[in-house]
Design a binder for this molecule. Sequence first.
Ligand SMILES: [Zn+2]
Length: 268
Amino acid sequence: MTLAPGIRRLIAPNPGLFTGPGTNTYLIGHERVAILDPGPAIPAHVEALLAATQGMAVVAVVVTHTHMDHSPAASPLAQALGVPRIGRVARYAINQDPSFIPDQVAIDGFCVSTDAGDLHAISTPGHASNHVCWHHPQAGILYTGDHILGTTSPVIRVPDGDMADYLQALAALARLPDLILAPAHGSLMPHSHAVIAALIDHRLQREQRVLESVRAYGPITLEALVLQVYTDVDPALHPIARYSLEAHLLKLQTDGRVISMDGRWSVL
Ligand SMILES: [Zn+2]
């Protein structure tokens, strides 16, 4: 699907609870093309990406982070096309794609050139320690990976995920011009400033609710706290909500607001 001149999207055939309709792979460029978030190494998807870039000069395979629904197709594509893999290695190996080894490390400001404009790396830890959003100024687009999703609020899963980092990275993105957001799952979202403000607000409201619930019910276990904090969320999703709750609690602990003793949380 063509989203704008020189920007196409292919959706990987991996729909699911975490992935929505599937992982969005973006092809950026007319003749000099970067493949962004190649997705899972499902042969049909890899073949579709090779077919979609046939006759073009692919410059790189770029990733936002290395969760299993984002980067496993990078190595077979890079090998088939003879191009570098660009991204970072995460701090913790759990839930990461072990096959992804960056040929070039996407440090802050790292630039990938296509004939539809440059992509600039912006460090956005939080959902994952190695998460990078890619700013495409010429198109007014920010490729957000799983940092900002079109489907749901991203899961922050410790230890690689970090709520304080996540909020800080959102605040940094809010200082960019107002952009179109191109997430790894779901549709394009216009007006990054409004989307980011709503997301920060959502997280801070949730944090407030966590604090109030710990104050009202503590000492309380994580399992019991999920039921108090996520009354607005389908109980079937509570195992996932639990991850973000833990991340909220660890941030509040670092902030000196709550403490954990013998697996139970209390306010300080
Ligand atoms: Zn992810």
